[in-house]
Design a protein around this ligand. Structure first.
Ligand code: URA
Length: 239
């Protein structure tokens, strides 16, 4: 792999930033200072020293977790169980973190990885990665709401959301069951969008994020590695 690509994947910054590191003679491969960005390196068999520190290379991990309620989307937490605590010891590697955040009471799809660049590409607003949720709402959700969501919900007086696709699935015993697709990730966004039309989300589950979908075989609280097809579908987000 090219040295600049590898360093960038290892979290040493953008391609331009790592080129500067190389130029400043801060990168050694097998004890030799390397000055070429395109130098081919195999981190599994060569020793890499960056800024005087030896780098332990581990290939990236990608886990699709079906997050249960009651667990926080964080790497560590003094009081609560975290999504990283749900990863078995043998699957733990340094630097695992959740890509984005689901509220403590939200369930569903959460990508766990140690690839910071991929996470950035999936979360950066300009990529407009679509997230799809299923929600239960405590009052009847109407066609008028569908129109309001499509034209852009405004919450807190002046925060305008991008147009969102709201689909009514069912209304039963006072609860509406809906699907909502949004292409941004404001804090508590789905709950705040419904509050803006005077309704409360009583259950929330994410079922899709970009090209990733939650599959019905993945029980709540369990996870699995992404398969080759899912990794291929993520290809546009690998830089
Ligand atoms: N929107 C919310 O309100 N909560 C989540 O967990 C995710 C999206």
């Amino acid at each position: 792999m090219r040295l600049d690509k590898l360093l960038s994947e290892l979290g040493f910054g953008s391609r331009n930033q790592v080129k500067q590191l190389i130029k400043r003679k801060q990168v050694q491969v097998n004890g030799e200072i390397i000055l070429s960005d395109g130098y081919n390196v195999d981190p599994q068999i060569q020793t890499l020293i960056v800024k005087g520190k030896q780098i332990t290379y581990h290939s990236h991990r990608y886990y699709l977790l079906n997050k249960p309620a009651g667990v926080v989307s964080a790497v560590s937490d003094a009081e609560n169980q975290t999504v990283i605590d749900l990863i078995a010891k043998e699957d733990q590697v340094e630097g695992l973190f959740p890509v984005g955040r689901l509220d403590r009471d939200t369930e569903g799809l959460l990508l766990i990885t140690n690839n910071g660049q991929l996470a950035h590409q999936l979360l950066v607003p300009k990529k407009h990665v679509v997230k799809v949720y299923e929600a239960s709402v405590n009052e009847e959700v109407t066609e008028e709401d569908v129109g309001t969501f499509a034209s852009g919900i405004i919450f807190h007086g002046d925060i305008r959301c991008k147009p969102a696709e709201l689909t009514l699935l069912e209304h039963r015993d006072g609860t509406s069951y809906v699907r909502l697709a949004i292409s941004e990730g404001k804090f508590h966004q789905v709950k705040k969008m419904f509050l803006a039309v005077g309704k409360k989300v009583t259950y929330l589950k994410r079922i899709e994020m970009g090209p990733l979908k939650l599959d019905s075989e993945l029980a709540v609280g369990s996870y699995r590695s992404l398969n080759a097809e899912e990794l291929m579908r993520l290809a546009p987000y690998f830089k």
